[in-house]
Design a protein around this ligand. Structure first.
Ligand SMILES: [Zn+2]
Length: 212
């Protein structure tokens, strides 16, 4: 997730928090109620459920070249179009079903992205067969421990050595729309990397110290 400056606004009041020490992660996390809620509740929280992990692989892939808000606003449509992200059911989707998705105005109608979702589901099923779960496969890349952002720097990278490696490995397993930038965004989203700013109220060091 890219960054910018931005004061934290209380979602209930639409004005700055009464407590001036409450901060979020800059402009992206304040852009709209959608992003605020996503930032406050989901982003960076460790995910260990295979279906949710597959959902995030799908949504991050769908985002490629678009804003995250575009995808956030369409999540319900993706859930409905792709069988609530049941991996086996998505892997078994017929060409006709994929064609229906392509005519669904609720999702990003990008032929390769939509086709990749079925292929990625099939690839994920193989990963699960080899590694026990998608959860154990992905989290092994960080030794099962989130990498937490430290220091005073305000910027985060778009890719890292680790996202390069994850991308290479996922592509080896046959996943598409899994480039390093997408992989890094995935790692942030599912909490393998906790990239909340150290000044953000959602940074783990601030748990309990600052309340929104
Ligand atoms: Zn944050």
């Amino acid at each position: 997730m890219s960054e910018g400056q931005g004061a934290a606004l209380d979602p209930a009041k639409g004005e700055p928090f009464a407590n001036p020490s409450v901060r979020r992660c800059g402009a992206w996390s304040e852009a709209s109620q959608l992003e605020r809620d996503y930032h406050d509740v989901e982003w960076g929280v460790p995910v260990h459920d295979d279906r949710t992990l597959f959902k995030m692989i799908t949504l991050e892939g769908a985002q490629a070249g678009l804003s995250w808000r575009t995808i956030l606003a369409r999540r319900e449509h993706y859930r409905a179009a792709f069988h609530d992200f049941d991996i086996a059911r998505v892997a078994a989707m017929t060409d006709d079903e994929l064609h229906d998705v392509l005519t669904n105005s609720g999702v990003v109608r990008h032929r390769q992205k939509i086709a990749s979702t079925r292929d990625n589901a099939a690839a994920v099923l193989k990963i699960i067969a080899e590694h026990g779960s998608l959860d154990s496969y992905l989290w092994a890349f960080v030794g099962n421990t989130p990498i937490v952002r430290r220091g005073s720097g305000e910027s985060v990278p778009a890719t890292t050595e680790l996202s390069d490696r994850l991308s290479q490995e996922l592509r080896k397993h046959g996943l598409r729309f899994a480039g390093s930038t997408i992989c890094y965004a995935l790692m942030q989203a599912i909490g393998m990397v906790n990239d909340h700013r150290p000044s953000c109220f959602r940074h783990p060091d601030n748990a309990g110290a600052i309340s929104a």
